[in-house]
Design a protein around this ligand. Structure first.
Ligand SMILES: Cc1cc2nc3c(=O)[nH]c(=O)nc-3n(C[C@H](O)[C@H](O)[C@H](O)COP(=O)(O)O)c2cc1C
Length: 166
């Protein structure tokens, strides 16, 4: 099969997104307490950064209606979603009910959290770096929670599960 070669620019933005989408990721739900209550943000830009100190990052888009809530939150939680938590994506999409009617708890610091995630990282924001049309939020992980299970996987606009190979 022949490779397609493109130069980045306005005319190839769609193809650039498609190329980025070839990178399969997990799916996270980032939660924080905003001025109007509990808020959530579905993000696949999560990445581990450092073990010592324990640092992780994620990147909200500046144009997101929820951008200010998450950039301003001193504390937040990143939930790594399990495959059976697929419905949370629609719940936290634009116009979805979000936390309305959803069972949740609070960390001792007051961050809203959802039970049942494959892993959860309770973070304190340590930096917010410029990332073009996104902002790179770096968090110090103060607490983490984990369980066994299969991750929800996202690639090329579609969702799937992960099959463990030998
Ligand atoms: C699987 C998935 C991953 C996403 N990852 C990100 C992300 O890392 N950063 C981001 O800014 N938006 C991401 N989004 C989009 C946001 O979740 C949200 O839908 C978007 O910001 C528009 O919502 P809002 O303007 O109401 O905040 C992702 C959406 C999906 C479905």
């Amino acid at each position: 099969m022949k490779d397609i070669v493109k130069t980045t620019g306005p005319a190839t933005q769609r193809e650039f997104r498609d190329a980025l989408g070839r990178f399969a990721t997990g799916v996270t739900l980032v939660t924080a307490e905003g001025p109007e209550g509990a808020a959530g943000f579905v993000a696949n830009s999560f990445a581990s950064v450092s073990l010592d100190p324990p640092l992780v990052l994620w990147s909200p888009a500046r144009r997101s209606a929820r951008f200010d809530i998450f950039v301003s939150a001193p504390r937040y939680a990143i939930h790594v979603l399990g495959v059976e938590q697929f419905a949370l994506i629609a719940r936290f999409a634009r116009g979805g009910p979000g936390f309305d009617g959803l069972a949740h708890e609070r960390t001792p610091e007051g961050v809203p959290v959802i039970p049942g995630a494959l892993a959860r990282f309770d973070c304190r924001q340590v930096a917010c770096h410029d990332g073009g049309d996104h902002c790179i939020i770096l968090g110090h992980v103060e607490r983490f929670v984990l369980r066994d299970g299969a991750p929800l996987v996202f690639s090329q606009g579609a969702y799937g599960g992960f099959v463990h190979g030998g």
